[in-house]
Ligand binder design. Sequence first.
Ligand code: TYM
Length: 332
Amino acid sequence: RPRVLSGIQPTADSFHLGNYLGALRNWVQLQETHDAYYMVVDLHAITAGHDPAVLRQRTRVGAAQLLALGLDPERCTLFVQSQVPEHAQLAWVLGCITGFGEASRMTQFKDKSVKQGADRSSVGLFTYPILQAADILLYQANLVPVGEDQRQHLELTRDLAQRFTSLFGPAFTVPEPYILKGTAKITDLQDPTAKMSKSASTPAGIIELLDPPNVSAKKIKSAVTDTGREIIFDQANKPGISNLLTIYSALTGRTVDDLVAAYDGKGYGDLKKDLAEVVSEFVAPIQEATRGYLADPAQLDKQLAVGAEKARAVAAATLRTVYERVGFLAGV
Ligand code: TYM
């Protein structure tokens, strides 16, 4: 079976619809056909400042949501990044073959460091994509399901894998991104040209999976829409309505064309009202299952420990090859 790997940061109290439609939905599907490794990336979550107790809680809530969305520990390996020390170890080696300029060109780093101020942003934020490359290469992943915003990090990962091979010999599989066009960039409800983002959007711009239904309904009803009244899919001129149609279509399995035909002659308010209903039906069972997993944190931690042990066996084998190739003495 080909391998798939992906990760998500526990940097908010809930994952959002962009995370789900851009990535997590594909994680669930790919566990059926692939040897799948999925993780909550808590090492990445400390690059921009954090509170320890909040991080610990968000890591558990994150894992619980992934289980609630349908990740099945019998079908995939679900783990927490910091419980597999090889991630940090490989990141060091990869950092030593990454150019300073190359790392400086990562647009997510540029965006975030501009926002935080260059002097305030951490070295960890700068080396973040190198750690991400280590995450992927440790598992010899063939495929990495992510949203559009991760494409550049995947390119860097591929470059580093190939560079390592030409410097020291083969150790890695060169991975391919798995980015599904229609839902690769879900946008902010309040600013429909920007992506829906845990760090950059206002609360009103994000539909969180754990939002109570009346809260998400309110957000959808006050979503910024476009001038005019026609419900048509036109991302350039009607980004707001197009985003709502994308979400609606993805959650129901109805095509955008079908929705456009069904709303012919109706108004934005009708579409929003129905979408609020669709969202609330979609999140209800997820919220209930998430609460269920969180009700027994000891059991959840145990499950994650089992995942980490399985992940570690694969990661350790890759790291051994890497250490040997770069000329370190054999491990004791
Ligand atoms: P993160 O935690 O920001 O997001 C998790 C996943 O959700 C996708 N995503 C979106 N997709 C569509 N529309 C949106 N508005 C939207 N917002 C987020 C992201 O593309 C991502 O797939 N660096 C990664 C985490 C990571 C990782 C990895 C991913 C660490 N190591 C190894 C893959 C492989 C990140 O910050 O994702």
